[in-house]
Design a protein around this ligand. Structure first.
Ligand SMILES: Nc1ncnc2c1ncn2[C@@H]1O[C@H](COP(=O)(O)OP(=O)(O)O)[C@@H](O)[C@H]1O
Ligand code: SF4
Ligand SMILES: [Mg+2]
Length: 375
């Protein structure tokens, strides 16, 4: 029996700024088992990057307040250790070794003045006691592994000699240099066109099968995680608002925000004439978050109560492993989604939400955490 490789427990990250306190991550919890893929999805500014940078100690600063735990089980002998409270030196050894990260913009992580091969060798040498010769062989092997043609020659080229897609492959090679147990991929395909994006996702999946690593993939695009994730967590305003196995999120999504994300993915089988609508309104300020349900100012199904009561993540009745933070009753959500899936508009379906009673637990315990104005 193996436990989770990583277990994030009630993680909170806030930043003190001149404008006020930014609540970037507010009570995030999730687990990922070895060899599995979690997709974290949400619009820009929902706290996705901050949550993963925090894993690697990269948000630590005098202005940041971090609480909660990130239990990482690199070594079954040692048992899980908390990355939040781990000292910098120890965390540095984990970074790039047991946990590796690829970012959206490869140029921010590849140095323009050094040959790609030397940068790969440096990563290998930083964590492994091998000769330069062996490190170079490993660099060539890695370039081959990520599908770069002619790696013997390419190893001596500079980043600008690679196309965008090929640079992203180099980034992946760099991340995999020391066979990490966990790969965090933050918008790894956002800058790429659709064809190259599909190639990179297929590459990641193939490498995962071969190397057995767990992956946390972060994206604003549900279509990306549809390809690759076993489980999906939808983030809004620093929290998870829905979580389930990937197929369930697509088959029976529960949260109005998830519905909005799904309706903004182009589909070949969409009813004719149906428009792709991005979610109306803007992502909320994380300094003055809306009261009650943080999604309420943008939600077509909002009820008066929802401006006051803050829904927590709760199990969806009759659907083990599926959780949602929405005050509508489960059968009301099911009827609204059925309508949306058959092409009805939110406006037509809004009356179904009227009179839906929040669960007793939600009524009894409104969170006192929201500080903004209700709208
Ligand atoms: N170092 C920082 N200081 C202040 N605010 C920050 C800092 N880093 C991120 N933020 C803010 O935290 C929020 C979440 O950011 P981020 O995690 O990057 O969002 P995402 O990756 O989902 O687009 C944003 O409002 C962002 O401006
Ligand atoms: S609780 Fe209300 S406002 Fe929030 S997502 Fe559910 S229906 Fe919308
Ligand atoms: Mg980000």
């Amino acid at each position: 029996m193996s436990g989770p490789l990583i277990s994030v427990e009630d993680l909170k990250v806030s930043f003190d700024t001149d404008d006020g306190v930014v609540h970037a991550v507010d009570g995030l919890s999730y687990q990922v088992a070895p060899g599995r893929t979690l997709g974290i999805v949400g619009e820009s500014g929902s706290g996705k990057s901050v949550s993963s940078l925090t894993m690697l100690g990269l948000t630590r600063s005098p202005h940041a307040t971090i609480s909660g735990k990130i239990m990482f089980a690199a070594d079954p002998e040692r048992g899980p250790e908390d990355l939040v409270s781990m000292n910098d030196d120890k965390l540095r050894r984990i970074r790039g070794n047991d946990i590796a990260m690829i970012f959206q913009d490869p140029l921010s992580s590849l140095h323009p003045f050094y040959k790609v091969g030397n940068q790969l060798m440096e990563t290998v040498l930083a964590h492994r006691n091998v000769s330069k010769r062996e490190a170079r062989d490993r660099a060539i092997e890695l370039l081959g592994l990520v599908g770069i043609p002619d790696p013997q020659r390419r190893v001596d080229q500079y980043p600008h000699e690679f196309s965008g897609g090929m640079r992203q492959r180099v980034m992946i090679a760099m991340a995999l240099a020391n066979e990490p147990k966990l790969l965090i991929a933050d918008e790894p395909t956002t800058a790429l066109d659709v064809t190259v994006q599909a190639q990179i996702l297929a590459l990641l999946e193939g490498l995962q099968d071969r190397l057995g690593m767990a992956i946390v993939i972060i994206t604003h695009d549900l279509a990306v995680v549809a390809e690759i994730a076993d489980e999906i967590a939808v983030m809004y305003a620093g929290r998870i608002v829905e979580r389930a196995e990937a197929n369930k999120v697509f088959a029976s999504p529960q949260h109005p925000y998830t519905w909005g994300l799904l309706k903004s993915i182009p589909r070949l089988d969409s009813p004719r004439g149906e428009e792709l609508v991005p979610i109306a309104g803007r992502p909320p300020s994380l300094i003055n978050r809306p009261t009650g349900c943080h999604f309420h100012p943008r939600c077509p199904y909002v009820q008066e109560d929802h401006k006051r009561l803050d829904p927590r993540l709760e199990a969806v009745p009759g659907d083990p492993g599926h959780e949602v933070a929405c005050l509508l009753e489960a059968d009301v959500r099911a009827r609204i989604w059925a309508g949306l899936a058959s092409g009805q508009s939110p406006g037509e379906l809004r009356p179904l939400a009227a009179g839906s009673r929040p669960s007793a637990a939600a009524r009894a315990a409104p969170y006192p955490q929201s500080e903004g104005l209700s709208s």
